[in-house]
Design a protein around this ligand. Structure first.
Ligand SMILES: NC(=O)c1ccc[n+]([C@@H]2O[C@H](COP(=O)([O-])OP(=O)(O)OC[C@H]3O[C@@H](n4cnc5c(N)ncnc54)[C@H](O)[C@@H]3O)[C@@H](O)[C@H]2O)c1
Length: 353
């Protein structure tokens, strides 16, 4: 038997992973306790996705388990042992703002939960490949000190800077910067995943996401930028833009493209490797450009306001350089750009409302 375990299986990346890998494994074992609803309220519940996956994926087995609970993990891993070939760990508390309201919960989910998952893998299926969704927030505020120039609709890096062509690579320091508590708990997890590769020789990969997005996101005010923006564009609810004159730039990668990276990594895994994983120069937008695109797609003006204070931990300009991943896995490239992504989110959100 070939088993793939996916945590956060009802969330954006987890559910995309379930659908992607269902035909490649005998069984997909999902772990998700719908904690997203506890973080962000009923609007952000991922229960709809759990139901959808259970109905549409015959070889999917769902466990309403908590990654903080080692006994529950032991039971699942103990049942399948070395049949487990791949572990995709996406369950997390994913918001900066929320983390500051409950640091202990944030850390126990993001850091302790990841350690539990690594230990369960080491004890029961050490040969398995372990994939972790980290974040570009491990670099803290450091990107904000790059030579950035304010343009008409977006911030950009000076053309003479080495990051101009491809974006920011993995050599940027993750140390001595303000991360937000969320960034700090993800750093702890990120380094642990690297260590299980470097120290124990396990196949572990860290994917530091830019903006991860797609039609399966349960977008909410505090998390899921494009999904929530499009929701407001459709419903007319007021959207608040925080700081940087609304010109902050994010790169956006479709969940399918990220999960396709996981697939390439799984087929030829490395030990404790780290990759920046985002839309890069291929797929990115500023907040102002995203609002314009939403208005074009919905055919109506957006209802938004601007607040001078920026969100703590927000990047002014982030473009991921994915050259390292492409060098290791030359057959991978993006399939969906920002236009494809927004159009897909529009259709999915319209159908939900
Ligand atoms: N979405 C982004 O823009 C983005 C960017 C960079 C990194 N990431 C990282 O990627 C990963 C996936 O993000 P996403 O957007 O799919 O998040 P998501 O919130 O859509 O999915 C996470 C899922 O994990 C579940 N979960 C949370 N705590 C749990 C717990 N204790 N036990 C079991 N399940 C639990 C939630 O209920 C949710 O369904 C996260 O680690 C996140 O930090 C996301």
């Amino acid at each position: 038997m070939n088993i793939c375990i996916i945590t956060g299986s009802s969330g954006l990346i987890g559910s995309e992973s379930v659908s992607f890998f269902a035909s490649k494994f005998d069984k997909i074992v999902g772990i998700d306790n719908n904690m997203r609803q506890e973080f962000f309220g009923a609007d952000a519940s991922t229960e709809w996705n759990t139901k959808k996956l259970m109905e549409s994926t015959p070889n999917f087995e769902h466990h309403h388990a908590d990654i903080r609970n080692m006994e529950q993990l032991e039971e699942i891993f103990g049942k399948y042992k070395s049949d487990i070939k791949l572990v995709i760990h996406t369950a997390a508390q994913p918001s900066h703002d929320w983390a500051a309201s409950a640091p202990l919960v944030d850390f126990t989910v993001n850091a302790n939960g990841t350690l539990n998952m690594l230990e369960a893998t080491r004890l029961h299926c050490p040969e398995a490949t372990f994939i972790f969704t980290s974040t570009n927030k491990v670099y803290g505020e450091t990107p904000n000190f790059l030579p950035l120039i304010e343009g008409e609709k977006r911030w950009e890096i000076d053309e003479s800077h080495p990051y101009f062509t491809e974006g920011i690579d993995e050599k940027m320091s993750i140390d001595q910067t303000k991360h937000s508590l969320f960034g700090a708990s993800k750093v702890a997890a990120d380094v642990l995943v690297q260590e299980y590769g470097k120290y124990f020789g396990m196949n572990t990969g860290v994917f530091r996401g830019g903006c991860l997005t797609g039609p399966n996101h349960s977008g909410t005010k505090l998390h899921g930028f494009l999904s929530y923006l499009m929701k407001c564009a459709i419903t007319g609810d007021k959207y608040t833009v925080f700081g940087y004159h609304g010109k902050q730039v994010r790169d956006n990668i479709h969940s399918w493209d990220l999960v396709n990276m996981f697939w390439h990594f799984y087929q030829n895994p490395r030990q404790g490797e780290v990759y920046n994983a985002g839309g890069g120069r291929f797929s990115n937008c500023s907040m102002a450009e995203a609002i314009e695109m939403c208005e074009q797609i919905t055919g109506k003006p957006m209802n938004y306001e601007y607040t001078e204070a920026n969100r703590i931990g927000d990047h002014i300009w982030w473009i991921s350089d994915v050259s390292k991943f492409k060098a290791h896995y030359p057959n991978w490239t993006w399939k969906y750009n920002i236009n494809d992504i927004l159009n897909q989110i529009y259709i999915a959100t319209s159908n939900k409302n």
